[in-house]
Structures are given as C-alpha cells and as structure tokens.
Ligand binder design. Structure first.
Ligand code: NAD
Ligand code: UD1
Length: 338
C-alpha cells in the first residue's frame, strides 16, 4: 500500500518540487498550506507533471492543533515532511515574533499532534544558516552552530526541540536537513520559485533581470577574499534537494533515531559564476553593477555533503548550468508566477 506523507508547506517552492519526487517514488503526498507565500494553482501543475491526480490539499495553518488532529484522524498518515515556515532573513529581524510563532511554535504544535496520533517519522527543513559564519568550508554537520539572525535561530531552536523529542522516547525517526542554497526549477518549467516583491536571493533576481523585469543586478560586494571577489555559495538544484527528501524519508522509515544532514553539492560558485551560467542558459547578457557588500553576508561557504552520501546514498547530480537553464525555463514561461 502507498504510504501517505503529510507535506506542510507543500504548495511552496521546495515543498511543491518534493511532492513530485514523492509521487514519482510511490508515496502519496497530502499538502497542508495556508498559502501565505504560495498559490493553490500549483496543484494543477503537479498533476500535469506527474500524470497523477492532483495531491489532496488542505488549506490551513500548521499552528492549528484541532485541524492537525482532524487530519491525522481522517487520513492514514505514515510520515510528515515539515516545510511550512517563514524564510526571509530581513523580515525576521524586523518582526522576530512572527518568525518564532510560525517557525518554532508551529513546529511544536505539529510534533505534539504527531505524538498524539502515533506518527513518529518526521523530516524537517533546516538550513545551513544555522552555521552562521563558519570557521572553514566545506562545513561538516558537527561544525559549531551560531545563527546570526532570528530566522536562523528559529531553525536551530526547532532542531534542538526535535532532537530532545527524538531522544526522549523510543520510536521517533527524525531527519533534520540543512539545505545550502536551493535554486532552479522542475525541468518542465511548470513550477518554480516566485518570490513576492523584490527578490532578496540571487537566482530569482538574476532571472527577473534576464526576463526584463529589472534593469540590472547589483552584485553585493566585489572585494571579498574569493577567486573573483564576489560571494561564494553552494547552489543546489531544487530537484536534487527534493530527491534528498525522498532518500531521507526512506531511511527514516527503515531506521529509528535522529539524523542531521547537510544537503548541498560540496562545490562553491561565485555570484559571477551564477551570472555567467545564466547568460549561457538564456542567451543574453545580464547587466550587473558591483555595489557594496550586503550587511551580514558571509564571504564564502559550501557544504561537506559526504554524510548524506554515506547514510542516504544521496548526492546532488545537477550542474550550475542545469540550475540556470531550469530557472530560465520557469521564469521565461511564467514571468508573473502562477
Ligand atoms: P516557501 O515560502 O516557498 O514555502 C513555505 C510554504 O509554507 C509556503 O507555501 C507557505 O504558504 C507555507 N506556510 C508558511 N507558514 C505556514 C503556516 N504557519 N502554516 C501553513 N503553511 C505555512 O519557502 P521554501 O523556499 O519552499 O522553503 C521551505 C522550507 O525550507 C522553509 O521552512 C524554509 O525555512 C526552509 N529553507 C528554505 C531555503 C531556501 O533558500 N528556499 C533554505 C533553507 C531552508
Ligand atoms: C540567504 C539567507 C540564508 C538562506 C539562504 C537561502 C541572508 C543573510 N541569508 O543566504 O539565511 O538560508 O538565502 O538560499 O539573507 N547577491 C548579490 N546580489 C543580489 C542578491 C544576492 O550579489 O541581488 C549575492 C549575495 O551577496 C551572496 C549570494 O549572492 O553572495 C547569494 O545570496 P542569496 O541568494 O541571498 O543567499 P545567501 O546570502 O547565501
């Protein structure tokens, strides 16, 4: 029998891509999303991509305990993948309470409802942001954690709460996945990332410049101690990430205990590397100006992804060129999102 997986935040960027990988791997995703940063229109696209019925989607909030209790009572849910949360660093500094409420309180309500329902397999979206400014790269999972903003602290608090929960009683199977920089889109070009307002992150900004919605990219700093002077990150294709969730889920279903894993490629790319790859993908030049450094930015970091490979047998396969080609296909086909 197919195992049903509750995917909180499943209408969002990473969640929607993971629903494809889940469906392709023979799981049945059930989405819970408040559509605060997404659209229910993604469901029809998921059906087109997978050739299966659109996933069951429930509109609601992960902080709504009564709704969660009903969901667990009405559906035979075998596991939960928990994406629902807020993710904008700047907003988290301006309004920390909403970050602790959505991200920390929401995660606690979810775990409590799971515990009552006897569902103990949980995959959680954490972030490389928990490392803050690392001492060295590649970053292994046992590197010190020192998040530099409320968003990062909210992720670390949940990691710690879930870790304590997993150690408090037998039966829990919890994977804490620390994503590096997810980019790209499904190769169909039917789903992708559509930030509201001015994008904070590099890839959506470059895409919007390429499609003509913004005049130029401002490169935040050209004087970093990196090979070309611009910031270096570990960009990982969102479909590789999606497949990493399926691998983590399969592992968790087969093994009790707690896992903390980096999901990244293990390779760093600079801002100018991304721009060059995007220009190759879209066949035009991406105007850019070098501006000052962005406050709070780290010069360079990338993952040590060897534990994910050893434990899950997962490694990222897609190149930076593919990430840009897929971002471009999505952006150029859907310049205004869904
Ligand atoms: P996203 O905003 O596209 O997706 C999050 C989804 O959760 C959205 O559909 C939103 O409507 C929903 N949501 C938010 N709060 C909710 C609530 N209280 N109840 C129900 N639904 C709610 O973001 P994403 O990029 O897909 O990120 C998914 C997860 O991965 C987040 O937890 C994020 O912190 C984490 N993460 C993202 C990145 C990244 O760069 N995108 C990096 C590391 C970690
Ligand atoms: C940001 C978040 C981090 C989150 C990650 C998800 C901050 C401080 N950190 O990280 O918590 O987990 O996104 O992917 O916001 N850049 C430009 N011009 C732009 C935008 C970005 O030059 O218009 C540069 C940045 O300086 C950086 C690189 O591009 O060197 C990547 O930036 P971004 O996509 O915002 O990701 P991070 O800063 O790594």
């Amino acid at each position: 029998m197919k195992i049903s997986v509750l995917v909180t935040g499943g209408a969002g960027y990473i969640g929607s891509h993971t629903c494809i990988a889940l469906a392709e791997a023979g799981f049945t995703p059930i989405i819970l999303d408040n559509y605060g940063n997404s659209s229910p229109k993604v469901m029809e696209r998921l059906a087109r991509i997978t050739g299966q019925a659109a996933p069951l989607a429930i509109e609601g909030d992960v902080r709504d305990r009564a709704l969660l209790d009903r969901l667990f009572a009405e559906h035979e849910i075998g596991a939960v993948i928990h994406f629902a949360g807020l993710k904008a660093v700047g907003d988290s500094v301006a309004d920390p309470l909403s970050y602790y409420d959505n991200n920390v309180y929401g995660s606690l309500v979810l775990a409590a409802a799971m515990r009552s329902a006897g569902v103990r397999t949980l995959i959680f979206s954490s972030s490389a942001t928990v490392y803050g400014e690392p001492d060295e790269s590649p970053i292994p999972e046992d590197a010190p954690t020192r998040p530099a903003n409320p968003y990062g602290r909210s992720k670390l608090m949940v990691e710690e709460a879930y870790g304590d929960l997993g150690r408090s009683e037998p039966g829990w199977r919890i994977a804490l996945l620390r994503y590096f920089n997810p980019v790209g889109a499904h190769e169909s070009g039917l789903i992708g990332e559509h930030p509201q307002g001015k994008p904070n992150n590099l890839m959506p900004f470059v895409s919007q410049v390429a499609v003509g919605q913004r005049p130029h990219l401002t490169v935040h700093g050209g004087d970093y101690p990196t090979p070309d002077g611009t910031g270096v990150r570990d960009y990982v294709h969102v479909m590789d990430l999606a497949e990493g969730h399926v691998a983590a889920l399969r592992h968790a279903l087969a093994h009790e205990g707690l896992l903390t894993l980096n999901l990244g490629t293990g390779r760093g790319g600079s801002v100018l590397d991304v721009v060059a790859a995007f220009e190759r993908a879209c066949g035009k030049s991406v105007p850019r100006v070098i501006g000052p450094r962005r406050p709070g930015d780290v010069p360079a970091y990338w993952a040590d992804p060897s534990a994910a490979k050893a434990v899950l047998g997962w490694e990222a396969r897609r190149s930076l060129d593919q990430m840009c080609a897929d971002s471009w296909r999505w952006q150029s086909g859907n310049p205004n999102g869904y």
